[in-house]
Design a protein around this ligand. Structure first.
Ligand SMILES: [Zn+2]
Length: 124
């Protein structure tokens, strides 16, 4: 198995970017349509704080303040913060678990579309 992988990487090279299919584009586009653009906060350089869809979400200002101060007193407060917002760094980084597993998520791709860095390939 390792030998097959090794030979395949020699012939095809390593993947240096995530593959984005039409399903990911559609999911990002749908998420972007529901996003309150006024709730997005530009943090620094290419990073943005965005609210999540968590039912007890806090606004992005509070989320970002807690991100910088780490003022949680209990683990429950930390969890509430963790699921209340996302930190998206262009081009494709996000603090959600989907992105940590696959390097692509609706948040990062949606922000790329919103900022005009990515254009949807399938317009249907
Ligand atoms: Zn994400």
């Amino acid at each position: 198995m390792l030998q097959d992988w090794s030979h395949q990487s020699v012939n095809n090279g390593f993947t240096t970017y995530p593959s984005i299919d039409t399903a990911a584009e559609a999911q990002a586009w749908k998420w972007l349509q529901g996003l309150d653009k006024n709730a997005v906060i530009h943090c620094y350089q290419h990073s943005y704080a965005i609210p999540s869809s968590h039912p007890n979400k806090m606004n992005a200002n509070v989320w970002l303040q807690q991100y910088t101060t780490m003022s949680w007193q209990t683990f429950d407060e930390f969890l509430s913060w963790l699921y209340s917002g996302r930190l998206v760094t262009i081009p494709m980084m996000c603090s959600c678990k989907t992105n940590l597993k696959s390097y692509v998520c609706k948040h990062a791709l949606g922000m790329m579309i919103h900022l005009g860095y990515y254009f949807v390939q399938d317009l249907s």
